[in-house]
Design a binder for this molecule. Structure first.
Ligand SMILES: Cc1cc2nc3c(=O)[nH]c(=O)nc-3n(C[C@H](O)[C@H](O)[C@H](O)COP(=O)(O)O)c2cc1C
Length: 323
């Protein structure tokens, strides 16, 4: 497994529309044990257009990147896995956690947890298709009546899966309520491969509590890294007993945000890049004293040069209201 477990690893969660190559690169600049690509539907990946395939773009820090595939058909899942492994992915992650109706009505993502036998056939097909480690990301179960994560995890381990991440919610919870870190322990107890706890881990203290309650081997952070790509490194520092690196502000923040913005424009092209960058810009600006003012200046601006000059001036002058 290409993840270092000497220290408790902190991983970046896959988030569709967010953890694209530019964002993963920014997170890796600060440090992360692993970053996971956005979910890619395996059939579309194999059959598809370059745009879809670019979601599997690995970038330079390929050794720290897992590519996540989703699907419900053994043939397409294994072909998709072969394709991303052939492109250099060091880990293929299997999506059994996505709650979106568009995905579950296609009977993939977390819907597979309702059909453990079929799910395990797919897992086995993917494991057999590639030489790189296959990992699995799942929820606690479909709903409170079917908390079968531990059973599926054990069977996945037997099928050759090398690590399991559990988002401590059921599918029917979507993102509501709070993640149940304690419930993740049932998965940890069922397998001997590493288990990663996920859900509502946003800083050092939530990471510590999640680890204590789940007994997991590492943590995965998603939304907590939005607008704070240094968050994983901060958590990792504290778990290693070091003082956490500081949140960026002033000119250092301006440099970083502009670097991220320029990378998105280069990756997607001007129009799409500027549009997709807006959510990231909003997240960066949210905790700043002049955030609302600056946001109003840039959020509808189509010209990248103007966005950059407003960001340079506004962010360099800003103060962070929250840590
Ligand atoms: C916008 C968004 C997109 C997501 N996309 C994916 C995905 O593609 N694959 C996946 O396994 N999970 C996906 N997730 C779930 C996250 O990986 C993670 O399990 C969840 O957000 C809980 O962790 P957090 O509280 O740290 O954000 C997504 C979550 C969000 C908010």
């Amino acid at each position: 497994m290409p993840i270092d477990f000497t220290h408790t690893p902190v991983l970046l969660a896959p988030m569709a529309g967010i953890t694209d190559l530019p964002f993963r690169n920014i997170v890796l600049k600060f440090g992360a044990a692993l970053v996971v690509s956005e979910m890619i539907a395996s059939q579309e990946l194999v059959q598809a257009t370059k745009t879809r395939q670019s979601r599997a773009e690995l970038g330079l820090k390929v050794e720290h990147t897992a590519v996540q595939i989703a699907g419900r058909d053994a043939y397409w899942m294994s072909e998709g896995a072969k394709m991303v492994a052939g492109q250099g992915a060091r880990i293929v992650d299997f999506n059994m956690g996505c709650p979106a109706k568009k995905v579950t009505n296609g009977l993939s993502g977390s819907a597979l947890m309702r059909q453990p036998d079929h799910a395990l056939e797919l897992v086995k097909a993917v494991v057999d298709a590639v030489d790189v480690p296959v990992t699995l990301k799942m929820r606690l179960g479909w709903d409170d009546e079917t908390l079968n994560a531990a059973e599926i995890a054990k069977r996945a381990e037997d099928a050759g899966v090398k690590m399991i991440t559990v988002h401590g919610r059921t599918r029917c919870q979507f993102y509501k309520g709070r993640a149940d870190w304690q419930a993740i322990q049932s998965v940890k107890d069922a397998v001997s491969i590493p288990v990663i706890a996920n859900g509502d881990i946003i800083d050092e203290s939530t990471a510590r509590v999640a680890l204590a309650q789940s007994h997991a081997d590492g943590v995965m952070v998603g939304r907590g890294a939005q607008g704070m790509p240094w968050r994983l490194a901060q958590i990792s520092d504290v778990l290693r007993g070091k003082p956490p690196q500081k949140a960026l502000s002033g000119t250092a923040l301006a440099d970083l945000v502009i670097e991220h913005f320029e990378a998105m424009v280069a990756f997607y092209g001007v129009e799409q890049g500027v549009r997709c960058a807006r959510k990231h810009l909003s997240w960066y600006m949210e905790p700043l004293d002049n955030g609302a003012y600056l946001r109003a200046l840039v959020i509808r601006e189509p010209n990248p040069a103007k966005v950059i000059s407003e960001l340079r001036a506004g962010l360099s002058d800003s103060k962070r209201l929250a840590a």
